[in-house]
Design a binder for this molecule. Structure first.
Ligand code: IPE
Ligand code: IPE
Ligand code: MG
Length: 256
């Protein structure tokens, strides 16, 4: 049986429902990498790679929602990405803004609940307003929990968390020994979300690049040589299949 997936670029995009493993990860995190290399390979500007990457993101969010995934978190812009040329940074911020304009209503209709993680307070006032409005619009939705990491760095997030807890200790609200893994998690940007089960990184590089270091402590990793603009719903499902075959031990003994 074929399940038709809506796609703006290719309406024939489809995945077989029997290809979807029954044991899905609860939380998938994606490092969407390789936009620049993809563009270079096509003889295009890096920005064209980012524009194509947004189209792929649309398809993957749709797929994640269709198959009933609980949580999807994507890395869109890191705290280190400000080092790039201003034209590229400006383009990415503009793209983010138009992405929200274009995609929000469709996601809302699909019962998706959006959330942003990272230092939103350092973004433009317009983006801060758009992201806050998006979260408010979809707050009651009960489908896919879709998180976009923008101006996100895991070390920055952990530092902010430690500062919040230190302030609570200083104010006498808690004792140092009250700080546990649970209190840490309650203060992270991802508070309330389950830990990451699977990290997917495209484009061949095998590193975390400051993404969800705490949350992915026991995540499985799936690396593919494909650049993000070439990543398809079928590739996404393949990563889920590979995940289903992994033996997760969490420090315990092997299954057999
Ligand atoms: C990922 O693609 C998108 C962002 C980091 C914003 P890159 O822009 O990093 O593309 P490469 O890795 O240079 O090919
Ligand atoms: C990681 O990709 C950040 C995002 C995908 C948004 P980078 O391209 O910034 O990572 P490095 O610099 O190759 O580690
Ligand atoms: Mg990169």
């Amino acid at each position: 049986m074929l399940k038709r997936l809506f796609s703006k670029r290719d309406t024939s995009a489809s995945i077989r429902t029997d290809a979807i493993p029954s044991a899905l990860p609860r939380h998938v995190a994606i490092i969407m990498d390789g936009n620049g290399r993809w563009a270079k390979g096509q003889g295009l500007l890096r920005t064209a790679g980012h524009a194509q990457g947004v189209e792929v993101l649309h398809d993957i969010v749709q797929t994640a929602s269709d198959i009933g995934l609980e949580v999807l978190t994507v890395y869109a812009f890191s705290t280190e990405n400000w080092k790039r040329p201003a034209v590229e940074v400006d383009f990415l911020m503009q793209l983010f803004s138009t992405y929200l304009d274009k995609e929000l209503q469709g996601m809302h209709e699909n019962n998706v609940r959006i959330r942003f993680i990272g230092r939103m307070d350092e973004l433009s006032p317009l983006l801060q307003e758009k992201t806050a409005n998006a979260e408010a619009l979809m707050r009651e939705n009960t489908g896919l929990r879709f998180n976009i990491a923008v101006n996100y760095g895991s070390q920055d997030e952990l530092l902010r968390t430690v500062r919040k807890l230190a302030a609570e200790v200083k104010a006498g609200a808690i004792l140092p020994e009250d700080i546990t893994a649970e209190t840490m998690e309650e203060h992270l940007d991802t508070a309330g979300l389950p830990p990451v089960d699977l990290v997917i990184r495209t484009s061949g590089d095998q590193r975390m690049s400051n993404f969800l270091l705490w949350q992915a402590a026991y995540a499985e990793f799936y690396f593919t040589e494909k650049n993000w603009p070439d990543f398809t719903p079928e590739d996404f499902v393949e990563a889920l299949q590979v995940f289903a075959g992994r033996d997760r031990r969490f420090g315990g003994l092997p299954r057999s």
